[in-house]
Write a protein that binds this ligand. Structure first.
Ligand SMILES: [Zn+2]
Length: 110
């Protein structure tokens, strides 16, 4: 963390200093103390984080879709504003844009 970022973070209250009760925060999964963890930590360990994520998203592995993001889909993603045309052939950006579109679809029809 750069000194400039650190002072900005302190000013905006993003850092839990020792005096700010960091030890009072608890794991959102099991309630263990988050003392000594990062200021933005929500869980005490990887296990709690993973299990909580599983509860939130459900059995993702059971419904994995082998979606082919073809040219018409790429065009649609670009026109929908989900994908920057410069990233049309960047596999990671494509997956992100596709996931974003799926999320928006799910929200709209939930
Ligand atoms: Zn925990």
């Amino acid at each position: 963390m750069t000194p400039a970022y650190r002072s900005a973070a302190v000013i905006f209250g993003r850092l839990d200093g020792d005096a700010m009760g960091a030890a009072d925060r608890m794991c959102q999964r099991c309630g263990n103390s988050l003392a000594g963890k990062r200021a933005d930590a929500r869980f005490c360990c990887a296990g709690c984080r993973v299990n909580s994520h599983r509860d939130e998203v459900g059995r993702v592995d059971a419904i994995t879709a082998l979606a082919v993001i073809d040219r018409p889909m790429r065009t649609a993603l670009i026109e929908a504003g989900a994908l920057n045309p410069q990233h049309e052939h960047d596999a990671e950006k494509l997956r992100e844009a596709f996931a974003l579109m799926c999320h928006q679809f799910a929200k709209k029809h939930a």
